[in-house]
Design a protein around this ligand. Structure first.
Ligand code: BGC
Length: 394
């Protein structure tokens, strides 16, 4: 059923162009083993100890495996994806998410590798906002702005996790109670994030939350991908297609100006597949402000709910990643701040643009931008959001 819905979404949302590329390229949703084993080999989950935080909290590692050769490692610290192995078009598996060797790497300063982000993904200008006439002050952890929830966001807390292997899906339920005024945000926020791996190489991330006071919320996932599986390489040879006719220009500190700009004739036009590297160094004021791509695209068909919005193809390996979401925006970030200081798991350091992120979300700074879709969550309401990362080969 999942497979069918992804297929239908692919047709309707990235349109006939994407479909014809898929057919021509002989794209496969899963490998031969998967098709054969679909009814026999079950998904599995292995749990192991991963370490202890400086506060003495135990951190566990869960390895989710399906029968199509996909494996996903997730730790309870920050709900971080620490590995994600998928086959290339010759059937050879490799890990395609930037990661560290051990817990220490994640505890050390790092740009949110693999993490769940909250309460507010992306930036809030001057680390402040007003809600119902009350002013709230957050930590300025990105110059004067608040980024990704503050000093100790959801990426730096230990989540309570329940694992289950039901039918043909492996599921991890991660819970966290963010207390009233934690990091300056109002309301006790009960958060549930569910990671689900199925046998069609779909990793779903379902976000739910409730609050006991009016608050703002914008949850996302911050995995850095490099579909080559070779972290000494940049991502500039990956092709990207985005179902977005517009993007949000930013000021010098990456806060949206409030304008919604058409991508036509700009380096931000990914309506048809284009190499990430093609226009990344263009002489363009917005590219210069982002030091490359570090912007939120305004996704099309926002009233259609869950739809395929992004497709990345790495020609050399044949790996394809599609992103399906019900969110209105996606931050496409090309690892412009990776500067060769953090160690890879392959014996080297993460260089400039060695990973890209596709962070599904509401628009940055929405609490201060009255014309952007609302990010307010009120008592009695339920925050719901879904993103699916799907892997194929072509
Ligand atoms: C932001 C970047 C930031 C990165 C790591 C991304 O979501 O858009 O500006 O450098 O996260 O913090």
């Amino acid at each position: 059923m999942k497979k069918l819905s992804t297929y239908v979404l692919g047709i309707t949302l990235l349109g006939s162009l994407s479909l014809s590329i898929q057919c021509k390229g002989g794209e496969k949703k899963s490998n031969a083993t998967a098709e054969k084993g679909a009814t026999t080999a079950p998904v599995s989950i292995q749990k192991s100890a991963y370490g202890t935080t400086p506060e003495g909290e135990k951190v566990e590692h869960y390895l989710l495996k399906n029968n199509a050769g996909m494996e996903v490692g997730i730790i309870t610290y920050g709900g971080r994806i620490t590995s994600l192995s998928v086959p290339d078009n010759k059937g050879t598996s490799a890990n395609v998410v930037l990661n560290f060797e051990s817990l220490e790497g994640y505890l050390n300063e790092n740009p949110y590798f693999g993490a769940l982000i909250g309460r507010y993904g992306n930036r809030i200008a001057k680390a402040q906002f007003e809600l119902d006439g009350n002013a709230y002050t957050l930590a300025g952890n990105d110059g004067e702005n608040n980024l990704h929830g503050g000093l100790k966001g959801f990426d730096r807390v230990v989540w309570e996790v329940a694992a289950s292997e039901a039918g043909e899906v492996a599921t991890l339920k991660l819970r966290y109670l963010s207390k009233d005024m934690e990091e300056g945000y109002p309301g006790n926020l009960n958060v549930l994030v569910t990671y689900t791996l199925d046998n069609d190489n779909n990793l779903s991330v379902d976000y739910e939350a409730t609050t006991d006071k009016n608050t703002v919320i914008n949850l996302t996932q911050h995995a850095y991908f490099n579909l080559s599986g070779d972290f000494s390489k940049t991502i500039l040879d990956h092709e990207l297609q985005l179902a977005a006719d517009a993007y949000l220009p930013v000021n010098a500190v990456l806060i949206p100006t409030g304008e919604i700009e058409n991508v036509e004739g700009t380096p931000f036009d990914f309506r048809t597949a284009k190499l990430m590297g093609k226009d990344i160094n263009a002489e363009d004021d917005q590219i210069q402000k982002g030091l490359g791509y570090d912007h939120c695209w305004v996704l099309n068909d926002q009233d259609q709910g869950l739809r395929e919005v992004a497709r990345v193809h790495h020609p050399a390996s044949g790996r394809v990643l599609t992103v399906t979401t019900d969110e209105p925006g996606i931050q496409f970030y090309t690892g412009n701040f990776l500067d060769g200081t953090l160690p890879t798991t392959q014996g080297g350091n993460y260089g400039h643009r060695s990973g890209f992120c596709l962070e599904t979300q509401h628009y940055p700074d929405s609490p201060n931008q009255k014309d952007f879709p609302s990010v307010t969550l009120r008592p009695g309401e339920k925050y719901n959001s879904k993103t699916v990362f799907s892997f194929l080969t072509q």
